[in-house]
Write a new protein. Structure first.
Length: 92
């Protein structure tokens, strides 16, 4: 793998890396190990690690599953409508 690919994977412009960091931080804040969390999601511990490191892309469905397992909410808004009602989806 080239050096360029490795350096681009772990930066603030890689959305999968940012989501993975958020997931890892939220998981640890809940006191869950990677093994416990991966069992809750019905995926392997190795696959969870790939998600948390940004190596695997999140689909919207997969992101929702992760957020539900963490008892987090997903807020969706459009910059076009800032100041208007923000839709909040409770995923619990």
């Amino acid at each position: 793998m080239s050096k360029i690919m490795r350096t681009n994977r772990y930066n603030e412009n890689n959305i999968n890396y940012l989501i993975g960091c958020f997931i890892r931080k939220a998981r640890r804040a809940r006191g869950m190990s990677g093994k416990e969390f991966s069992q809750k999601l019905n995926i392997s511990h190795q696959q969870l690690s790939r998600y948390e490191r940004g190596l695997t892309s999140f689909t919207l469905c997969k992101l929702i599953l992760f957020l539900r397992a963490l008892e987090k909410i997903l807020m969706i808004y459009s910059p076009k409508f800032i100041g208007m009602k923000i839709k909040t989806y409770y995923l619990m």
